[in-house]
Design a protein around this ligand. Structure first.
Ligand code: UDX
Length: 437
């Protein structure tokens, strides 16, 4: 089967590359000429472990190609994935502009039955809008080509996207036609070897599943962050509490880490969008509003701890910030807690020295010369009054603390992810602050 993937961003590229890798002929489309030119040269717009190798292998194998033109590549296509962005509009709702523009263009050019699969995260009811936009395109060209729409939300985690695509926990597919089901079975059955399940359901339920999954995960994090903050006040330790509650299989061990708040391209945007969907339908999602407020406040927690330690005066003090991406193994800095901290530190007159193994190039676009860019963690600690660990990259886990202490003016560590052992650091002569301990 020949497949088009429209939108060569994170989700589109991973989808296209992984489908090509199982033998499907895939063309990835994007309106950004620069991006397509680079992809044709083997230069990827994002960092994702393993992706470059898969892209290269499948381009060489002539199963994967890149183009700016949907119309030029539509011939004999059986499935078209829409994987363009749905950024939050000013009111928090998902902006459907790009999805609907693609849908209309599909209508303008399909000549033969195809299944149009929405992978972008879109509010409930969007597939109907996609259907209407395709019909609009068809009508304006006096075409009567048949097609089906499918909702197939994506659950990829950045940094683990290839593994998630190749052996996912589940594939959620919203359909309303047997013919579309056949196409989806054909495309996804090769992955059944890995033992996962395709969950077929109606289209609105599939659309809602994506938001509900992300909102539930975001809720767990905000819940743990609230409990962590209370632990600090009452003298409990969140690490023990997490182990204690996580061993109940109804709760589970995963995704219970208190920290500096969630970031990334999905949780903040999707929680906002779901709250907006509620409002639009006359329903107030109070829990999710609280999840969002708690997260905004949590992004300020490290700054509060730092200023409290230095008696509200950090003017002229150097603070070493470790990690800029919203989580390890990605260069994605969208909604990353590090930037909230850095802006607050700068406002308070601190000198900020930063290091991130992968995300510095992206971060430079945002921060320019406002901070000092360092080659490694050791350079950040030169004359520093404190270290703030924001992203738990592996290489930050066991640095040479002796060397670092010799660099620093005062040996203080603010550990935003609870990755260090407080006893160990105290013994090494550091003053240590974690989250919820
Ligand atoms: C998320 C979902 O996991 C994925 O299924 C969906 O398709 C897209 O959104 P992603 O944004 O890549 O994926 O990141 P994820 O690994 O889920 O982490 C999100 C944020 O939560 C990060 O900022 C992370 O640091 C934070 N987090 C995660 C915590 O603070 N505590 C935890 O226990 C887990």
């Amino acid at each position: 089967m020949k497949v088009l993937v429209v939108g060569s961003g994170y989700v589109g590229l991973v989808t296209g590359a992984c489908l090509a890798d199982i033998g499907v002929e895939v063309c990835c489309i994007d309106i950004d000429e620069n991006k397509i030119n680079n992809l044709n040269k083997g230069i990827l717009p994002i960092y994702e472990p393993g992706l470059e190798t898969i892209v290269k292998r499948n381009v060489e194998g002539k199963r994967l190609s890149f183009s700016t033109s949907l119309a030029a590549n539509i011939e004999n296509v059986g499935a078209i994935f829409i994987a363009v962005g749905t950024p939050p509009g000013e009111d928090g709702s998902a902006d459907m502009r790009y999805v609907l523009a693609v849908a209309k263009e599909i209508g303008n050019c399909i000549k033969k039955y195809a299944v149009v699969i929405t992978k972008s995260t879109v509010p409930v009811g969007s597939s109907e809008k996609v259907r209407a936009a395709i019909n609009e395109g068809l009508q304006s060209n006096n075409q009567t080509t048949t097609f089906d729409v499918v909702s197939n939300p994506e659950f990829l985690k950045e940094g683990a996207a290839i593994k998630d695509f190749m052996s996912p926990d589940r594939i959620v597919v919203g359909i309303d036609s047997e013919r579309a089901k056949e196409t989806m079975d054909t495309l996804y059955k090769p992955f059944l070897l890995n033992g996962y399940r395709i969950l077929y359901m109606d289209i609105p339920s599939a659309e809602m599943t994506k938001y509900a999954a992300n909102a539930m995960l975001a809720t767990r994090i905000s819940f743990m962050n609230e409990i962590a903050n209370l632990c600090e006040i009452v003298g409990a330790n969140i690490t023990h509490v997490r182990a204690g509650i996580g061993s109940d299989p109804r709760i589970g061990k995963k995704f219970l880490y208190a920290g500096v708040g969630y970031g990334g391209s999905c949780f903040p945007k999707d929680v906002k969008a779901l709250v907006k969907t509620g409002k639009d339908n006359g329903y107030n999602l109070q829990l999710l509003e609280a999840v969002e407020h708690i997260n905004d406040a949590q992004k300020k927690v490290l700054f509060k701890k730092i200023t409290r330690h230095f008696d509200n005066d950090i003017k002229g003090k150097t603070i070493a910030v470790w990690g800029l991406s919203f989580k390890p193994n990605t260069d994605d800095i969208r909604e990353a807690p590090a930037f909230v901290l850095i802006e607050d530190l700068l406002k308070a007159g601190a000198i900020v020295k930063v290091f991130d193994p992968i995300a510095m190039q992206e971060a430079k676009k945002e921060l320019g010369e406002k901070v000092t860019w360092c080659r490694d963690v050791y350079e950040t600690t030169q004359d520093a009054g404190a270290i703030a660990l924001v992203t738990e990259w592996n290489e930050f886990r066991l640095p040479n603390w002796q060397l670092i202490k010799a660099n620093m003016q005062t040996a203080v560590v603010f550990d935003g992810r609870n990755i260090y052992d407080d006893v160990f650091l105290h013994k090494a002569g550091y003053c240590y602050y974690g989250i919820g301990q």
